[in-house]
Design a binder for this molecule. Structure first.
Ligand SMILES: [Zn+2]
Length: 230
C-alpha cells in the first residue's frame, strides 16, 4: 500500500484499475489554488502529487441558541479547549483496514439538509462554517451505523453534546452528535444498520436533530458524498 500524506496526515488510498487512487479530504479552510499531497518512498525524498483546489459557494445561516453557547464563560472555554484535543485525536485515528464500503446508508431516516459548508452566525456572531449534515428527527429516533465501523470515542461535549465516533478504516471517520442516549461503548464493532444511539438535543442546538460529520485524513468533508441520491 503506498503511503500518501496531505498536510502531514495519512491519506486513504485504494486499489483501482491496476493502480492506486488517493482519496484526499480537503478542509473548508483550504486556500484555493495549487496544493499537493506527498507520496512517501523508502528511498529518498517524498514525491509530490500536485492538484488544484477550486472554490464552491456556500450559503449563510443565522441561528439563535442559548447565550451560554455563544459567549463562553472561562470555565466553559477551558472545557471546550480540552474537548477539542479529544475530538482531534478521534478524527486522527488511522487504522490500516480498507473501509468495507464507500456507499453509506443514511444513519437516520429524515429530512436531510444540505447545509454543509454554510457560513454561520450564532446570535448574530460569526462562527466556524457548518462541517457536517443535519438530519431533523424527533428525540428518541434510532441512529444507526451508516457503514461498518469501530467505536473509537464516546463522550458528552459542550458544543456537540452526546457523541459517538466510528472508525470505518484508513482515516474515514464518522461523528454523530447531539444524541439523547449513547447505546454503544468504545471498542464495539458495529455493522451497517446497528443502533448506536438516539436522536436528541444535547449541546449547542436549536432543536432535536442528528448532526453527522465525516472526516477523511482529519478534514471534515460533506457526508452527502457517501450517500446515494435520495
Ligand atoms: Zn450540524
Amino acid at each position: 500500500m503506498p503511503e500518501v500524506r496531505f498536510q502531514g496526515n495519512p491519506v486513504l488510498t485504494v486499489q483501482h484499475a491496476g493502480g492506486w487512487v488517493a482519496l484526499v479530504g480537503i478542509p473548508l479552510s483550504q486556500p484555493l489554488g495549487q496544493t499537493q499531497a506527498e507520496l512517501r518512498s523508502t528511498t529518498g525524498a517524498p514525491l509530490a502529487l500536485p492538484f488544484q483546489v477550486t472554490g464552491k459557494d456556500y450559503v449563510t445561516q443565522y441561528l439563535t441558541v442559548a447565550p451560554k453557547h455563544v459567549d463562553l464563560s472561562e470555565r466553559d472555554l477551558s472545557r471546550v479547549r480540552a474537548e477539542q484535543v479529544r475530538i482531534r485525536e478521534a478524527f486522527s485515528v488511522f487504522s490500516p483496514e480498507l473501509p468495507n464500503t464507500f456507499l453509506f446508508v443514511s444513519p437516520v431516516p429524515g429530512v436531510r439538509t444540505s447545509s454543509f459548508g454554510s457560513r454561520r452566525f450564532f446570535n448574530n456572531q460569526p462562527r466556524n462554517p457548518h462541517s457536517g449534515m443535519d438530519i431533523a428527527a424527533p428525540v428518541g429516533t434510532p441512529v444507526r451505523a451508516p457503514a461498518p465501523g469501530l467505536v473509537v470515542n464516546t463522550g458528552d461535549y459542550f458544543f456537540n453534546g452526546k457523541s459517538v465516533f466510528l472508525d470505518h478504516g484508513r482515516g474515514l471517520i464518522s461523528m454523530f452528535c447531539h444524541l439523547d442516549t449513547i447505546d454503544v461503548a468504545e471498542g464495539d464493532q458495529l455493522q451497517t444498520g446497528q443502533l448506536l444511539g438516539r436522536v436528541g438535543a444535547t449541546g449547542r442546538v436549536t432543536g432535536p436533530h442528528l448532526h453527522w460529520s465525516v472526516a477523511l485524513n482529519t478534514a471534515l468533508v460533506d457526508p452527502a458524498l457517501f450517500l446515494q441520491e435520495p
